[in-house]
Write a protein that binds this ligand. Structure first.
Ligand code: OFO
Length: 165
């Protein structure tokens, strides 16, 4: 049985995962409009992964006798300066998600809710992977540069990542 504090925080996380999904889908749309097919495909796939993160939390809340509640989800930004801004924002967003997951794990531990604490460990490792992934793309952009042909090569590099998803 979850405490109300835990349920509220898990529901907040459900909303954040929805937001992450919408954010990446919106970014995919920007990339598609710029002809960046690799980035578009990568971000679309990532948007789907975020829906899976949401679903896992949704199921957990409902399986533990509480009720998942979906709140209002803010519209993500849709104007970006460059592909570098896109991936800088994804990286910063993932760092923020990590902070929220750590906060959730801290609450679970403090409340001696070891079931939720254990459940959250999947998200703890996932966040490590997500930060690494987006930081890796950002580093590549800084190495290659995103002017002229650089943009084409970045798109190719990001397209390669789709195969490993
Ligand atoms: Fe990108 O990990 Fe969920 O939000």
């Amino acid at each position: 049985m979850l405490t109300q504090t835990m349920v509220d925080k898990l529901n907040d996380q459900i909303n954040l995962e929805f937001y992450s999904s919408n954010l990446y889908l919106q970014m995919a749309s920007w990339c598609e409009a710029q002809g960046l097919d690799g980035c578009n495909e990568f971000l679309r796939r990532h948007a789907q992964e975020e829906m899976e993160h949401m679903q896992k939390l949704f199921n957990y809340v409902n399986e533990t006798g509480a009720m998942a509640i979906i709140g209002a989800i803010n519209a993500p930004p849709h104007q970006y300066e460059s592909v570098r801004e896109i991936f800088l924002r994804t990286y910063e967003h993932e760092c923020e998600v990590t902070r929220c997951i750590n906060e959730l794990a801290h609450t679970a531990f403090t409340e001696k809710d070891y079931s939720t604490f254990h459940f959250l460990q999947w998200y703890v490792s996932e966040q490590h992977e997500e930060e690494k992934l987006f930081k890796g793309i950002l580093d590549k952009i800084d190495m290659i540069g995103f002017e002229g042909k650089g943009l084409y090569f970045i798109d190719q590099e990001v397209a390669k990542l789709v195969a490993s998803m």
